[in-house]
Write a protein that binds this ligand. Structure first.
Ligand code: DGJ
Length: 740
C-alpha cells in the first residue's frame, strides 16, 4: 500500500488498506478527480473513469481545450469563473480585482512520513514509517501564484489528510478570498448527510437526511467550532448501518469558523468542501508570503459506521493526540464545580479532596472561583492570581496539601477572557476585542482578549506558567464561555481585518503549544460551556474535552452516542453527578449514572462528603471496577449497537483489541409493565472464542452472543427503577470447557 504514479506521471493512485483515491492531470494541465472508494487494482490508466463528454449549454475551458468543460468533470481543487459553476475550493483576487485563476500542473514531490505544520495543530508521523505524503504543485502564470496540494495517506486507517498552501511569487499583493482544505467530488449523490448539531446542554445530536439538489452545509461563524454544529460529518449510502455499508467520515483540524458543505448539482454529482468559513475570511498575501490551510481528514469504510469510527479513534491515538498522553491511562477526576460553584474555602476543598482520595479518585480539580476576587461570574477573568480572601494560604499551599493527600491537582482557567471588573482590564482595557466607536457586546458578563496580539499571548503564557510552577500542577481545565463579537484588532491594517478570525485561532494555538512544550506532563482538558468547542484542533493539545455541562445520564446517552461517531471514548470526559440532576431535575440511580459515565475518561462532579456509608462503599467498588477495565473503556474498540436517537434503548460495547475482554452497556429508556424478554446482541467478538458473561452460568461462543444474543428479563428490574434501567455485561474469554 503506497502512492503509485503511472509511467508518464499523469495518474496518481493513493492506495490504502481498504480504499483507493485516484486523480490525474488533464490535457489542459488541471486536475481531474477519478475515484475515492473501496480499494481497486492499480493500473496505468483508468480510461473509462478519465472519459468526459461535451454538452451544449456548458462552457468550454478555452478554444484550444474546447472539449474540456469543467462542469462535466469531477475536479480535484476547483476554481471559479472558467466554466465550473459549483462552489469553488478557493478564490484569489489579483491587483486588478479579478478572481479568475487557472492552476496548471508543474510537478510533484513524494516523501515518506508526515511533518507537523508549524503554527497549526496537525497530524504527524514522527517516525516516518506509517504515512506517505504527496504534494502536487500547481501555478497560475498570470498571477504568479503557486498552490501546493498536500495529500498524506495513513494506509492502515484508510485516512487521507489534505491541506493546501498558497504562495505569492509575484511583486504584487494578492488576496485570498477562500481557501478550503479539502474538496471531494463524488460521482453521484445517493448519500445520507449525517451531522451532529445541538446547543449548550444538548451537544452533538444526530441528524440524518438524504442529499438533495442544492447546498447542504454545517458551519460556524462564532469564532469557535461551536456546540451548534460540530465539524465532523458523514456521508453514507442510504442503506448503511452501524455494521455494514459504505460511509465517508470527514473532519477538520481547526477550532474556529468553518464551513463544511455538500453541493449537489444538476447532474446529481456531490461536491464536498471542508475548510475555513469564507464568510468573514480574507487573507492578504504580500510578495513572497504564503498561507497554509488547516488540515482536513477523510476516512472511508465499506463495513459501516462502527468501523469508520474505530479507524478514526485508532488514527487519532497514533497520529493526532499529544504522544505524552495518547497511550496513557487518563486519571479518575473529581471536579469541584457542581459541589461548590463559587463558594470556596481551603477547609471545604481539603475535606472534599480527602473524601475523594478515600474512594479511590486520583485527580482533584478545583474549578472556577479560585483567583482574583471572583465570587460569581461577574469579575476577575484575566487576573490569574490566588484569591487570598478565600484561600488565605495561597494556591501553592493548597496544591501541596492535595498532593500530600495523595491526589494529583488540577485547576480551571478561562485564559481567553477578561472581566471589566479585573486588574487586567484596569491596566489593559485595550487588550479586549472591541471597536473604539461602538459599544461592546457582552456574554456571561465577560469580554474576549485579542489573541492576535503577541503581548496578550505572552501575558497569558507568563501568568499561567507562574501558577503551574507554584502549584506543580498536573492538569488544566481550559474553559471558554462566550463567542466572539465586535471583531476588530488594532494590530491589523484595515485591509487585513478579515484575517482576524484565523489569527485569533493561531494566537490560541501558539499559547497552547508553548504551554504543553514547557510543561509536558500537564494534562489539558478543553471545555467551552460544556462541549461547545469539541474539535480535533484542540484535541491535538488537550487530549480530552468536557463533553457537556449536561451530566444527566439519560441525556448523556444521546450526547456521548453522537460524539462517539467522530471522536474516541478517551477524548470524552463524563462525570457522575448528583440525583436529581442539576440540569434536568431527573432522578436516576447511582448505577445508571456510573454505567453511562464509564464509557469515557471517567470522573465525578459530586459532593462525595455527603454520600451515605453504603453509597461510599458502592462508589469504591465502582471505581475499582473502572480501574480494572480502564484501558478497555478508554482505548478499546467502541461499538454502537442500539441508538438512543431511534430506539427505546441504547446499547454500547467496548472490545479489547485481542477480543478477549469486552463490556456491554444496555440502557432501557422507556420501560413498560409486563414486557417480553429483551434480546441483547453483542458485536466485535471472535466468533470462535468461548466467553463468560456476567450474570450467566453457562459459556457462550462469540457467534452465539453476536447472532442469537442473550435473553434478558427486565420486568422485575424495570419495576424497581420505573423509567430508566442500565445494565452492564462483562464478557471475558474463557478456556473453553465445551471445546475439550
Ligand atoms: C462552564 C463549564 O462547562 C463548567 O464545567 C464550569 O467549569 C463553569 N464553566 C465554570 O464557570
Amino acid at each position: 500500500m503506497t502512492i503509485y504514479i503511472n509511467k508518464d506521471e499523469t495518474v496518481f493512485h493513493l492506495e490504502m488498506k481498504d480504499s483507493s483515491y485516484i486523480f490525474r492531470i488533464l490535457e489542459n494541465g488541471e486536475l481531474q478527480h477519478l475515484y475515492f472508494g473501496k480499494r481497486i487494482h492499480v493500473k496505468e490508466n483508468y480510461n473509462q473513469l478519465m472519459a468526459y463528454e461535451k454538452r451544449g449549454f456548458e462552457v468550454s475551458f478555452s478554444e484550444e481545450f474546447e472539449d474540456i468543460q469543467q462542469s462535466m468533470i469531477q475536479n480535484e481543487y476547483s476554481s471559479y469563473g472558467k466554466g465550473d459553476f459549483r462552489h469553488p475550493a478557493f478564490q484569489v483576487q489579483g491587483m486588478n480585482g479579478s478572481r479568475i485563476t487557472t492552476l496548471k500542473y508543474q510537478g510533484f514531490e513524494l516523501k515518506k512520513g508526515k511533518n507537523r505544520l508549524n503554527s497549526l495543530p496537525s497530524t504527524f508521523d514522527d517516525i516516518g514509517q506509517c504515512a506517505e505524503t504527496l504534494t502536487i504543485i500547481l501555478t497560475d502564470s498570470i498571477l504568479d501564484l503557486t498552490v501546493r496540494l498536500n495529500y498524506t495517506i495513513f494506509p492502515k486507517y484508510n485516512v487521507l489528510v489534505r491541506n493546501t498552501e498558497f504562495l505569492n511569487n509575484s511583486n504584487n499583493k494578492l488576496t485570498l478570498l477562500k481557501a478550503m482544505s479539502l474538496q471531494l467530488d463524488l460521482p453521484d449523490s445517493q448519500y445520507d448527510f449525517i451531522q451532529f448539531s445541538g446547543a449548550w446542554l444538548r451537544e452533538r445530536q444526530l441528524y440524518r437526511t438524504s442529499l438533495r439538489p442544492g447546498i447542504q452545509a454545517i458551519d460556524s461563524l462564532r469564532y469557535s467550532s461551536s456546540p451548534q454544529q460540530n465539524p465532523f460529518f458523514m456521508l453514507s449510502r442510504r442503506e448503511t448501518t452501524e455494521h455494514s455499508g459504505e460511509v465517508y467520515g470527514f473532519n477538520f483540524i481547526y477550532s474556529g469558523n468553518f464551513q463544511n458543505m455538500i453541493e449537489v448539482d444538476h447532474f446529481d454529482t456531490a461536491r464536498v468542501t471542508v475548510g475555513i468559513n469564507p464568510v468573514e475570511f480574507r487573507f492578504l498575501l504580500n510578495p513572497a508570503e504564503s498561507f497554509v490551510t488547516p488540515e482536513a481528514i477523510v476516512t472511508y469504510s465499506d463495513q459501516g459506521m462502527n468501523q469508520m469510527s474505530q479507524q478514526l479513534s485508532d488514527f487519532y491515538r497514533h497520529h493526532l493526540v499529544n504522544p505524552n498522553f495518547s497511550q496513557a491511562s487518563r486519571p479518575i477526576i473529581l471536579n469541584s464545580w457542581e459541589t461548590f460553584y463559587f463558594d470556596l474555602s481551603t477547609e471545604k476543598i481539603l475535606d472534599l479532596a480527602k473524601a475523594a482520595k478515600d474512594l479511590g479518585i486520583e485527580l482533584f480539580v478545583l474549578d472556577d472561583g479560585w483567583f482574583g476576587h471572583r465570587k460569581d461570574d461577574k469579575s476577575s477573568l484575566g487576573d490569574w492570581v490566588t484569591d487570598r480572601s478565600r484561600l488565605p494560604e495561597g494556591i501553592g499551599f493548597l496544591a501541596d496539601a492535595i498532593h500530600k493527600i495523595g491526589l494529583q491537582f488540577g485547576l480551571w482557567f478561562e485564559p481567553e477572557m477578561i472581566s471589566i471588573d479585573s486588574d487586567l482590564y484596569k491596566n489593559h482595557a485595550d487588550w479586549t476585542i472591541h471597536l473604539l466607536d461602538r459599544e461592546k457586546s457582552v456574554g456571561r458578563n465577560q469580554y474576549v482578549l485579542d489573541l492576535t496580539r503577541q503581548e496578550v499571548v505572552d501575558y497569558l503564557f507568563d501568568s499561567i506558567s507562574k501558577i503551574i510552577i507554584e502549584t506543580n500542577l498536573d492538569y488544566i481545565k481550559w474553559d471558554m464561555n462566550r463567542h466572539i463579537t465586535d471583531i476588530y484588532s488594532i494590530e491589523l491594517d484595515s485591509e487585513q481585518q478579515m484575517e482576524f478570525g484565523h489569527r485569533y485561532i493561531l494566537g490560541l494555538y501558539q499559547l497552547l503549544d508553548r504551554l504543553i512544550t514547557k510543561f509536558p506532563s500537564v494534562l489539558f482538558e478543553s471545555c467551552s460551556s460544556g462541549g461547545g468547542r469539541f474539535d480535533l484542533g484542540l484535541m491535538y493539545y488537550a487530549p480530552q474535552a468536557w463533553t457537556s455541562d449536561d451530566t444527566d445520564p439519560i441525556e448523556r446517552l444521546k450526547i456521548q452516542h453522537g460524539t462517539s461517531y467522530g471522536y474516541s471514548p478517551s477524548m470524552m470526559t463524563a462525570h457522575v453527578s448528583i440525583s436529581p440532576n442539576e440540569q434536568s431535575g431527573r432522578q436516576t440511580s447511582l448505577d445508571t449514572r456510573t454505567n453511562v459515565a464509564y464509557f469515557s475518561s471517567f470522573g465525578y462532579e459530586l459532593d462525595v462528603t455527603r454520600l451515605s456509608v453504603e453509597e461510599k462503599e458502592q462508589v469504591r467498588e465502582q471505581i475499582q471496577f473502572y480501574k480494572k477495565y480502564r484501558s478497555l473503556f478508554q482505548y478499546g474498540d467502541f461499538y454502537r449497537i442500539n441508538s438512543p436517537f431511534s430506539c427505546d434503548s441504547a446499547s454500547w460495547q467496548v472490545v479489547s483489541k485481542n477480543k478477549c475482554q469486552s463490556i456491554l452497556l444496555y440502557a432501557l429508556l422507556n420501560s413498560k409493565l409486563n414486557p417480553g424478554y429483551t434480546r441483547v446482541y453483542f458485536s466485535g467478538l471472535d466468533k470462535d472464542k468461548c466467553y463468560s458473561v456476567s450474570g450467566f452460568d453457562e459459556f457462550f461462543y462469540g457467534d452465539e452472543l453476536m447472532n442469537a444474543g442473550i435473553k434478558v428479563s427486565l420486568s422485575n428490574l424495570a419495576l424497581c427503577v420505573p423509567e430508566y434501567l442500565t445494565k452492564l455485561f462483562v464478557i471475558e474469554e474463557v478456556v473453553c470447557k465445551l471445546c475439550k
